[in-house]
Design a protein around this ligand. Structure first.
Ligand code: ATP
Length: 248
Protein backbone atom coordinates (compact mmCIF):
# COMPACT_ATOMS: atom_id res chain seq x y z
CA UNK A 1 0.00 0.00 0.00
CA UNK A 2 1.23 3.49 -0.75
CA UNK A 3 1.64 5.96 2.10
CA UNK A 4 -0.83 8.86 2.40
CA UNK A 5 0.17 12.26 1.03
CA UNK A 6 2.40 14.24 3.39
CA UNK A 7 -0.24 16.93 3.45
CA UNK A 8 -3.74 16.85 2.09
CA UNK A 9 -6.39 19.56 2.05
CA UNK A 10 -9.93 18.43 1.49
CA UNK A 11 -12.40 21.15 0.54
CA UNK A 12 -10.84 23.63 2.97
CA UNK A 13 -12.43 26.96 3.73
CA UNK A 14 -10.53 29.58 5.72
CA UNK A 15 -12.17 32.60 7.27
CA UNK A 16 -10.42 35.62 8.82
CA UNK A 17 -12.05 37.64 11.59
CA UNK A 18 -15.14 35.43 11.46
CA UNK A 19 -16.40 36.92 8.24
CA UNK A 20 -13.71 37.33 5.58
CA UNK A 21 -13.63 34.29 3.34
CA UNK A 22 -9.99 34.02 2.20
CA UNK A 23 -9.94 30.42 0.97
CA UNK A 24 -13.03 28.77 -0.47
CA UNK A 25 -13.14 25.01 -0.78
CA UNK A 26 -9.54 24.24 -1.72
CA UNK A 27 -8.45 20.65 -2.19
CA UNK A 28 -4.81 19.90 -2.80
CA UNK A 29 -2.07 17.53 -1.78
CA UNK A 30 1.67 17.19 -1.59
CA UNK A 31 3.05 13.70 -1.95
CA UNK A 32 6.22 12.57 -0.29
CA UNK A 33 9.31 13.86 -2.03
CA UNK A 34 7.46 16.28 -4.26
CA UNK A 35 7.96 19.96 -4.81
CA UNK A 36 4.53 21.52 -5.15
CA UNK A 37 4.10 25.00 -6.64
CA UNK A 38 1.41 27.29 -5.31
CA UNK A 39 0.87 30.07 -7.81
CA UNK A 40 -1.48 32.96 -8.27
CA UNK A 41 -1.73 36.72 -7.97
CA UNK A 42 -1.46 38.82 -4.82
CA UNK A 43 -4.22 38.06 -2.37
CA UNK A 44 -5.17 34.76 -3.98
CA UNK A 45 -4.71 32.92 -0.71
CA UNK A 46 -1.27 31.32 -1.08
CA UNK A 47 0.15 32.61 2.20
CA UNK A 48 -3.07 31.83 4.02
CA UNK A 49 -2.88 28.20 2.94
CA UNK A 50 0.74 27.86 4.04
CA UNK A 51 -0.01 29.51 7.38
CA UNK A 52 -2.91 27.18 7.89
CA UNK A 53 -0.75 24.11 7.26
CA UNK A 54 1.99 25.20 9.66
CA UNK A 55 -0.40 26.75 12.17
CA UNK A 56 1.61 29.98 12.15
CA UNK A 57 -0.33 33.18 12.24
CA UNK A 58 -3.78 31.81 11.69
CA UNK A 59 -4.70 31.03 15.25
CA UNK A 60 -5.60 34.57 16.27
CA UNK A 61 -7.63 35.81 13.38
CA UNK A 62 -8.12 33.04 10.90
CA UNK A 63 -9.59 29.60 11.14
CA UNK A 64 -10.54 26.64 9.03
CA UNK A 65 -14.32 26.70 9.09
CA UNK A 66 -14.97 23.83 6.72
CA UNK A 67 -13.07 20.89 5.29
CA UNK A 68 -10.17 18.85 6.59
CA UNK A 69 -6.40 19.16 6.68
CA UNK A 70 -4.42 15.95 7.04
CA UNK A 71 -0.75 15.55 7.73
CA UNK A 72 0.66 12.09 7.12
CA UNK A 73 -2.89 10.82 7.22
CA UNK A 74 -3.83 12.43 10.55
CA UNK A 75 -6.38 15.18 10.97
CA UNK A 76 -4.54 18.39 11.86
CA UNK A 77 -7.29 20.86 11.04
CA UNK A 78 -6.64 24.01 13.10
CA UNK A 79 -3.72 22.34 14.89
CA UNK A 80 -1.32 24.76 16.53
CA UNK A 81 2.17 25.52 15.37
CA UNK A 82 3.94 23.75 18.26
CA UNK A 83 2.37 20.52 17.17
CA UNK A 84 3.19 21.05 13.52
CA UNK A 85 6.82 21.97 14.25
CA UNK A 86 7.18 18.83 16.33
CA UNK A 87 5.65 16.81 13.50
CA UNK A 88 8.38 18.08 11.17
CA UNK A 89 6.79 21.05 9.44
CA UNK A 90 8.94 24.15 8.94
CA UNK A 91 7.58 27.35 7.46
CA UNK A 92 9.77 30.03 5.97
CA UNK A 93 7.65 33.14 6.03
CA UNK A 94 7.60 35.81 3.38
CA UNK A 95 10.26 38.43 3.95
CA UNK A 96 12.97 35.98 5.10
CA UNK A 97 12.91 36.82 8.75
CA UNK A 98 16.19 36.38 10.48
CA UNK A 99 17.28 37.95 13.75
CA UNK A 100 18.98 41.01 12.38
CA UNK A 101 21.03 41.83 15.46
CA UNK A 102 22.39 38.33 15.75
CA UNK A 103 25.27 37.04 13.67
CA UNK A 104 24.76 34.54 10.90
CA UNK A 105 26.16 31.81 13.15
CA UNK A 106 23.90 32.77 16.04
CA UNK A 107 20.94 32.71 13.68
CA UNK A 108 21.85 29.25 12.50
CA UNK A 109 22.39 27.97 16.01
CA UNK A 110 19.38 29.49 17.71
CA UNK A 111 17.10 27.47 15.53
CA UNK A 112 13.59 26.49 16.27
CA UNK A 113 11.54 26.40 19.41
CA UNK A 114 8.79 24.08 20.41
CA UNK A 115 6.66 24.89 23.41
CA UNK A 116 9.43 27.21 24.63
CA UNK A 117 12.09 24.55 24.33
CA UNK A 118 14.77 24.50 21.71
CA UNK A 119 14.59 21.63 19.28
CA UNK A 120 17.85 19.79 19.34
CA UNK A 121 20.16 19.22 16.45
CA UNK A 122 23.55 17.62 16.13
CA UNK A 123 26.79 19.18 14.90
CA UNK A 124 26.33 17.05 11.84
CA UNK A 125 22.95 18.63 11.19
CA UNK A 126 24.55 22.04 11.69
CA UNK A 127 27.23 21.27 9.11
CA UNK A 128 24.49 20.46 6.63
CA UNK A 129 23.90 24.20 6.25
CA UNK A 130 27.32 24.66 4.64
CA UNK A 131 27.01 21.68 2.41
CA UNK A 132 24.26 23.47 0.56
CA UNK A 133 25.22 27.08 1.26
CA UNK A 134 29.02 27.22 1.52
CA UNK A 135 28.85 31.00 1.13
CA UNK A 136 27.47 31.26 4.65
CA UNK A 137 30.69 29.95 6.12
CA UNK A 138 32.48 33.12 5.03
CA UNK A 139 30.04 35.43 6.79
CA UNK A 140 29.40 33.60 10.06
CA UNK A 141 30.39 36.60 12.18
CA UNK A 142 28.40 39.15 10.22
CA UNK A 143 25.19 40.45 11.73
CA UNK A 144 22.29 39.07 9.70
CA UNK A 145 20.93 42.60 9.27
CA UNK A 146 24.02 43.50 7.25
CA UNK A 147 23.81 40.61 4.82
CA UNK A 148 22.30 40.84 1.34
CA UNK A 149 18.81 39.71 0.45
CA UNK A 150 20.19 36.59 -1.19
CA UNK A 151 22.34 35.75 1.83
CA UNK A 152 19.37 36.21 4.12
CA UNK A 153 17.29 33.86 2.01
CA UNK A 154 20.08 31.29 2.14
CA UNK A 155 20.34 31.80 5.89
CA UNK A 156 16.68 31.11 6.58
CA UNK A 157 16.65 28.06 4.33
CA UNK A 158 19.85 26.78 5.97
CA UNK A 159 18.38 27.37 9.42
CA UNK A 160 15.31 25.36 8.45
CA UNK A 161 17.45 22.59 6.99
CA UNK A 162 19.41 22.09 10.22
CA UNK A 163 16.23 20.86 11.86
CA UNK A 164 15.63 18.32 9.13
CA UNK A 165 11.97 18.98 8.45
CA UNK A 166 9.82 16.50 6.58
CA UNK A 167 7.79 19.26 5.03
CA UNK A 168 9.20 22.67 4.17
CA UNK A 169 6.83 25.51 3.31
CA UNK A 170 8.38 28.45 1.48
CA UNK A 171 6.54 31.73 1.01
CA UNK A 172 7.85 33.92 -1.82
CA UNK A 173 11.48 32.80 -1.69
CA UNK A 174 12.27 34.67 -4.92
CA UNK A 175 10.82 38.01 -3.87
CA UNK A 176 13.18 40.90 -4.51
CA UNK A 177 16.11 38.75 -5.60
CA UNK A 178 18.07 39.12 -8.83
CA UNK A 179 17.25 36.45 -11.45
CA UNK A 180 20.64 34.74 -11.19
CA UNK A 181 20.28 34.44 -7.45
CA UNK A 182 16.75 33.07 -7.76
CA UNK A 183 18.09 30.45 -10.12
CA UNK A 184 20.90 29.48 -7.73
CA UNK A 185 18.62 29.27 -4.72
CA UNK A 186 15.94 27.31 -6.58
CA UNK A 187 18.56 24.87 -7.87
CA UNK A 188 19.74 24.37 -4.32
CA UNK A 189 16.17 23.73 -3.21
CA UNK A 190 15.91 20.94 -5.76
CA UNK A 191 19.16 19.44 -4.51
CA UNK A 192 17.92 19.59 -0.91
CA UNK A 193 14.58 18.08 -1.94
CA UNK A 194 16.28 15.15 -3.62
CA UNK A 195 19.12 14.43 -1.23
CA UNK A 196 17.46 15.17 2.09
CA UNK A 197 14.07 13.81 1.12
CA UNK A 198 12.19 16.94 2.15
CA UNK A 199 8.77 17.55 0.63
CA UNK A 200 8.26 21.20 -0.28
CA UNK A 201 5.43 23.57 -1.05
CA UNK A 202 6.65 26.76 -2.71
CA UNK A 203 4.31 29.73 -2.98
CA UNK A 204 5.76 32.22 -5.39
CA UNK A 205 4.73 34.84 -7.89
CA UNK A 206 7.54 33.80 -10.19
CA UNK A 207 5.50 31.11 -11.93
CA UNK A 208 8.11 30.21 -14.49
CA UNK A 209 10.97 29.55 -12.11
CA UNK A 210 8.74 27.80 -9.62
CA UNK A 211 7.20 25.46 -12.20
CA UNK A 212 10.67 24.65 -13.47
CA UNK A 213 11.57 23.08 -10.15
CA UNK A 214 8.12 21.74 -9.22
CA UNK A 215 6.59 18.33 -9.78
CA UNK A 216 3.04 19.54 -9.50
CA UNK A 217 1.36 22.94 -9.48
CA UNK A 218 -1.80 24.66 -8.32
CA UNK A 219 -2.95 28.05 -9.54
CA UNK A 220 -5.12 29.93 -7.08
CA UNK A 221 -7.42 32.80 -7.77
CA UNK A 222 -9.72 34.43 -5.26
CA UNK A 223 -9.17 31.67 -2.77
CA UNK A 224 -9.99 28.87 -5.18
CA UNK A 225 -7.97 26.44 -7.27
CA UNK A 226 -8.31 27.58 -10.88
CA UNK A 227 -5.90 25.14 -12.46
CA UNK A 228 -3.89 22.16 -11.36
CA UNK A 229 -1.63 19.79 -13.21
CA UNK A 230 1.82 18.26 -13.24
CA UNK A 231 4.23 21.18 -13.51
CA UNK A 232 5.33 20.30 -17.01
CA UNK A 233 1.77 20.21 -18.30
CA UNK A 234 0.89 23.42 -16.47
CA UNK A 235 3.84 25.23 -18.02
CA UNK A 236 2.52 24.49 -21.48
CA UNK A 237 -1.08 25.45 -20.91
CA UNK A 238 -2.20 28.53 -22.82
CA UNK A 239 -3.84 30.22 -19.80
CA UNK A 240 -0.61 29.92 -17.88
CA UNK A 241 1.54 31.17 -20.70
CA UNK A 242 -0.71 34.13 -21.23
CA UNK A 243 -1.27 35.27 -17.67
CA UNK A 244 1.75 34.08 -15.76
CA UNK A 245 4.65 33.41 -18.03
CA UNK A 246 4.22 36.25 -20.48
CA UNK A 247 5.30 34.02 -23.34
CA UNK A 248 2.04 33.52 -25.19
P1 ATP B 1 0.43 37.64 -1.12
O1 ATP B 1 1.44 37.15 -2.06
O2 ATP B 1 0.12 39.09 -1.27
O3 ATP B 1 0.69 37.25 0.31
P2 ATP B 1 -1.47 35.55 -1.15
O4 ATP B 1 -1.93 34.80 -2.34
O5 ATP B 1 -0.49 34.87 -0.31
O6 ATP B 1 -0.92 36.93 -1.57
P3 ATP B 1 -3.01 35.87 1.23
O7 ATP B 1 -1.97 36.67 1.92
O8 ATP B 1 -3.19 34.47 1.63
O9 ATP B 1 -2.77 35.93 -0.33
O10 ATP B 1 -4.39 36.63 1.36
C1 ATP B 1 -5.64 36.09 0.94
C2 ATP B 1 -6.73 37.06 1.36
O11 ATP B 1 -6.87 37.04 2.79
C3 ATP B 1 -6.47 38.48 0.95
O12 ATP B 1 -7.68 39.08 0.54
C4 ATP B 1 -5.96 39.12 2.23
O13 ATP B 1 -6.27 40.49 2.27
C5 ATP B 1 -6.70 38.35 3.32
N1 ATP B 1 -5.91 38.26 4.55
C6 ATP B 1 -4.65 37.79 4.67
N2 ATP B 1 -4.24 37.80 5.95
C7 ATP B 1 -5.26 38.32 6.68
C8 ATP B 1 -5.45 38.59 8.07
N3 ATP B 1 -4.50 38.33 8.98
N4 ATP B 1 -6.64 39.13 8.45
C9 ATP B 1 -7.60 39.37 7.54
N5 ATP B 1 -7.50 39.14 6.22
C10 ATP B 1 -6.34 38.61 5.79
Amino acid sequence: TSSPPVVELDNVEIVYDRHFLAVQGVSMEANEGDIVALLGPNGAGKSTILKMISGIGLTERGEVTRGTVRYEGNDVTNADTNRMVSEGVTHILEGRRSFEDLTVEENLRCGLYRGGRRLSYSEEDYELAFEYFPQLEDILDLKAGYTSGGEQQMLVIARALIHRPKLLLLDEPSLGLAPKLVQDIFETLVEINRKEDITMIVADQNAKRTLEIADYGYVLENGQVELQDPAETLMNREEIKEFYLGTS
